[in-house]
Write a protein that binds this ligand. Structure first.
Ligand SMILES: Nc1nc2c(ncn2[C@@H]2O[C@H](COP(=O)(O)OP(=O)(O)OP(=O)(O)O)[C@@H](O)[C@H]2O)c(=O)[nH]1
Ligand SMILES: [Mg+2]
Length: 339
């Protein structure tokens, strides 16, 4: 709490015309906007509502995979290639496990530093405040700000293949899964978690032995499960490509950019882009409401009360349902509850 109020006055004056400045390409205004979002400053919503009018042009690409798979290295190379193609690129590195900015992200920052001197590259790290849904929501808002500021594509990097990552990846239009050779567990994780949302696979570190085998394993996985080759069954067919890259040898990078682009064209031509956008909007509004409900309950319930309720439920004096009902009634949801 201290942290929040301590710097607010300084920011207040800097917030003048923040939306206008952001739209005019002022990077400092954009950086400030991202900080407002990250710190969940209420004013951010007002600005984001204005930015919404200007967003929706960017191609949003998610990059995920196991720790150490080579995601950040790949992203750095992708950004370099995109700059060669004169694109203005945004990168958001999301780390769901780290509170605020952890060590891994710092390492990435140093590695990506060479890019951050470029005025047409915007890189930002984000970490969880411990709230799973919150991270996905903040990511979505930061994407909106970058999109309105004219960054295209916007790349979201997130580590791992768990629920939090899948949640964050739903913000993306194209999801790229990175796997390094010789990491058999990766394939299992992909099978269990992320296969359904993958649009393209990249086998990184192709300079190392075993990369062809990893490609073969992934290809096999895809052929075993043909329906998932397009994860939206109502849409025309998208064949998920499996590509190989080597950052060390600087190989395969343009092909990945081309595949990203092809997937985007597929989304546009098939109309999938609209279907996804509609689904996104719906879940975004629902998430906002859910968040408001949770906040309302927090605002009307003291920590002490919580402790009592938890004890009562544990001691079997009460049950979770009646406690939930009591809280629902307290925030005025009574009329929607079954009698
Ligand atoms: N030989 C080889 N090593 C690579 C390649 N790409 C990345 N690496 C190395 O693999 C290690 C992990 O790379 P990162 O790019 O940090 O991987 P990451 O997936 O972003 O890692 P986290 O963010 O920590 O999950 C580093 O030591 C890289 O230097 C490659 O193409 N070839
Ligand atoms: Mg990384």
């Amino acid at each position: 709490m201290y942290r929040r109020t301590a710097w607010l006055p300084r920011y207040r004056c800097a917030l003048e015309n923040i939306v206008e400045r952001l739209l005019n390409g002022d990077r400092r205004a954009l950086a400030r906007m991202v900080t407002l979002i990250e710190n969940e400053i209420p004013a951010a919503r007002r600005y984001l509502a204005e930015l919404h009018q200007h967003a929706g042009r960017a191609h949003i690409v998610g990059v995920t995979g196991a720790p150490g798979a080579g995601k950040s290295t790949l992203v750095t190379h992708l950004v370099r290639e995109l700059r060669r193609r004169d694109r203005k690129v945004g990168v958001i590195a999301v780390d769901p496990t780290s509170p605020f900015t952890g060590g891994a992200i710092l390492g990435d920052r140093i590695r990506m530093m060479e890019l951050s001197g470029d005025s047409k590259v915007f890189i930002r790290s984000m970490a969880s405040r411990g709230n799973l849904g919150g991270l996905a929501a903040s990511t979505r808002d930061v994407v909106r700000a970058l999109d309105a500021a004219g960054y295209n594509p916007i790349i979201i990097e997130t580590v791992g293949t768990g629920q939090a990552e899948v949640e964050v990846m739903r913000t993306a239009q194209t999801v790229m899964v990175v796997a390094a050779p010789g990491m058999g567990d990766d394939i299992q994780a992909i099978k269990a978690g992320i296969l359904e949302i993958a649009d393209l696979f990249v086998v990184s570190k192709a300079d190392k032995p075993g990369s062809d085998q990893t490609v073969a394993e992934l290809a096999m996985l895809l052929s075993l499960d043909p329906i998932r080759r397009t994860h939206d069954k109502t849409l025309p067919y998208w064949r998920i490509p499996v590509l190989k890259t080597s950052a060390i040898k600087d190989q395969g990078i343009p092909q990945v950019i081309d595949a990203m682009q092809q997937h985007y064209e597929y989304l546009v031509e098939s109309g999938a882009i609209n279907t996804r956008a509609r689904r996104q909007v719906r879940s975004e509004v629902q998430a906002l409401i859910l968040n408001a409900v949770v906040n309302a309950i927090k605002a009307t319930t003291t920590e002490e009360e919580w402790q009592h309720m938890v004890d009562d439920i544990n001691n079997k004096e009460r049950d979770p349902y009646s406690v939930a009902r009591e809280l629902e009634e307290r925030i005025g949801l009574k009329q929607f509850l079954p009698s």
